[in-house]
Design a binder for this molecule. Structure first.
Ligand code: SF4
Length: 250
């Protein structure tokens, strides 16, 4: 279900987080079931932030399933919202079991602006991130209660290693936010890379099949299932792709 909020569409979203004057570019807010990772199956309100610091040219539209929150040609569809407006939208869907998922794009680019939302929300929060933005956990301690779904990009993203893997930042997330976990989308044996990225931490590792639609997901799923068994990783399906394919807001 997609929530169309009342905030007027922004026609000129700036490009630097410092330009937003307390507002955050929001691609969409919707209520759905978390489709993947540690909290798959939980009813959740999703707040999708627009903009990303990576491009992942290796994925095209296949891997970056939120291209409409990354590609600048979609900027006119993003809405600038302040935290009170976001809280008001989120509030419409709360019950005692609802999780909050802050996703993107790359939501940590706006972690300072989003902080009042994280402080305010009382249930489980997941922040889906590429883990390249350093968060000051001492100054913004409410982030310690969140689970960061650390989707560190592998070589199949087409990004340079030094841009996509920041080991000091990964270590900081795991140490300060102990519910955090790794989440990798794969279609081939990339275990050397996964081990190199995750080996120095004790965070759980979830692997999911690459697939922009049900057909591709089902093609890759048996390999990922066996890969997880072999290496002792958690298998995660992608419920929303299995049920809805490329549809937005589900
Ligand atoms: S880091 Fe994630 S959101 Fe950003 S371009 Fe890559 S896949 Fe898309």
């Amino acid at each position: 279900m997609r929530i169309e909020n009342e905030t007027k569409k922004n026609q000129g979203v700036p490009t630097k987080s410092s330009d937003f004057m307390g507002h955050i570019p929001i691609s969409e807010i919707f209520y759905s079931i978390q489709g993947e990772g540690k909290y798959a199956g939980h009813p959740s309100v999703f707040v999708r932030v627009g903009g990303c610091n990576l491009k992942c040219p290796g994925f095209g539209e296949k891997g970056c399933d939120s291209y409409y929150a990354v590609d600048k040609s979609y900027k006119s569809e993003w809405k600038l919202m302040n935290v009170e407006e976001i809280k008001s939208e989120v509030s419409k869907y709360l019950n005692k079991n609802t999780h909050l998922v802050i996703t993107g794009g790359e939501p940590t680019l706006f972690y300072k602006q989003l902080y009042p939302l994280v402080e305010w929300f009382k249930g489980q929060i997941t922040i889906e991130t590429n883990t390249t933005v350093d968060i000051n956990f001492e100054k913004y301690p409410a982030y310690k209660k969140a689970a960061f779904a650390m989707s560190v990009k592998l070589s199949n993203s087409g990004e340079e290693y030094t841009k996509r893997v920041k080991k000091g930042i990964i270590a900081s997330y795991v140490k300060n936010a102990p519910k955090s976990f790794f989440k990798f989308v794969i279609d081939r044996d990339l275990n050397d890379e996964i081990k190199e990225i995750t080996g120095e931490t004790n965070a759980a590792v979830y692997c999911m099949p690459l697939g922009a639609d049900r057909e591709e997901l089902e093609k890759n799923a048996p390999f990922v299932f066996g890969f997880c068994l072999k290496h002792g990783y958690c298998y995660s399906d992608r419920i929303h792709i299995r049920l809805f394919g490329k549809k937005k807001g589900v």
